[in-house]
Design a protein around this ligand. Sequence first.
Ligand SMILES: Nc1ncnc2c1ncn2[C@@H]1O[C@H](COP(=O)(O)OP(=O)(O)OP(=O)(O)O)[C@@H](O)[C@H]1O
Ligand SMILES: [Mg+2]
Length: 348
Amino acid sequence: MFKEKNLSPKQLAALTALLLATIFGLSVFALIASWKVLLMYFIACFVVIYFIVYKIMEFFIYRKIKLIYKLISSTKATKREEAFQKYILPQKGIDDVREDVEQWATQQSEQILQLQSNEAFRKEFLQNLSHEIKTPIFAIQGYLELIADGAMENPAIGNKFINQAQANVQRLVGLLNGVDVITKLEINKEPILKTAFIIQDLINEVVHNLSVKWLKKNIQFQYKKGSENPVQVFADRNKIYQLLVNVFSNAAKYGKIDGFITASIYEMEDGKILIEISDDGIGIAEEHIPRLFERFYRTDDARSREVGGSGLGLAICKHIIEAHNESIQIRSKLNVGTTLGFTLASKV
Ligand SMILES: Nc1ncnc2c1ncn2[C@@H]1O[C@H](COP(=O)(O)OP(=O)(O)OP(=O)(O)O)[C@@H](O)[C@H]1O
Ligand SMILES: [Mg+2]
């Protein structure tokens, strides 16, 4: 009838009443030796003791336990909570209460850990951001000071400083745009709007819009053999456009002079399309690869510093692909080249 450990207050009161009523009943029986009196005495003792013990427990213990549940419960006194207090709480044994409190404590410490890591993440983001903003601002300040100090007396030098200041303003604008994009993606402000389109059409559009910038390096674009045939994908066209701009910009920025950018499209067995953009540029050392998708992460490579950039491009790409529930990865070898691949759904 009673579980050994987990006695509810009613069970506990009944057990105590049973024990005491039996002792009192037997004592009376020893004195009077009447079964009738014994039975009446037993019943009366049982009822009175049960009532007293139950009320004492309710008053001294369960009121306090109710308070504990009020403290650990995150909901307000709703109908559900009232029903809980009325019907479920009285059934709970002390062990059940202990388990509930322990569960609550674990939840709390998990929440605290989550808050701490969010806080650390926020601090790191602000630290990185202020560092990234400081560099171009200080450069602009320096050039303006040089101009104010009379650099314009030599117009060639003066114009050079103005151009440098302008380039740094451009860098700042690029950085702030990147932060804007990534923040919007993170708070899901821009929902993913999927449509069906031909991936090669979008790649051609990106190449057409960017290739003027590649002229200086004489970089050429090509499809891998067999990848020219139109393949339909189902994705957010604008976001994939944004992703391809970042990927092609990297391929050109870190690509070599007279190099090639190659696009390969593979139809995979599970109905997914794999798109790979490869370059034959400077490549990336193995130790950097796991961190490339972190915000602001750039390799220490001097050349990569020289060409500038905020280190947000790949973080944005990863966000876009994850919002599509797809995957993205990079393969690279130093001085050989880099391949960035991502998957997209082929149909609805
Ligand atoms: N195709 C590539 N070849 C060599 N290195 C690359 C390539 N793509 C990315 N990287 C390395 O990865 C880093 C991160 O790339 P990401 O696109 O996130 O930043 P970024 O190009 O420096 O700046 P942003 O794209 O924000 O202007 C780059 O700084 C560069 O060191
Ligand atoms: Mg980039």
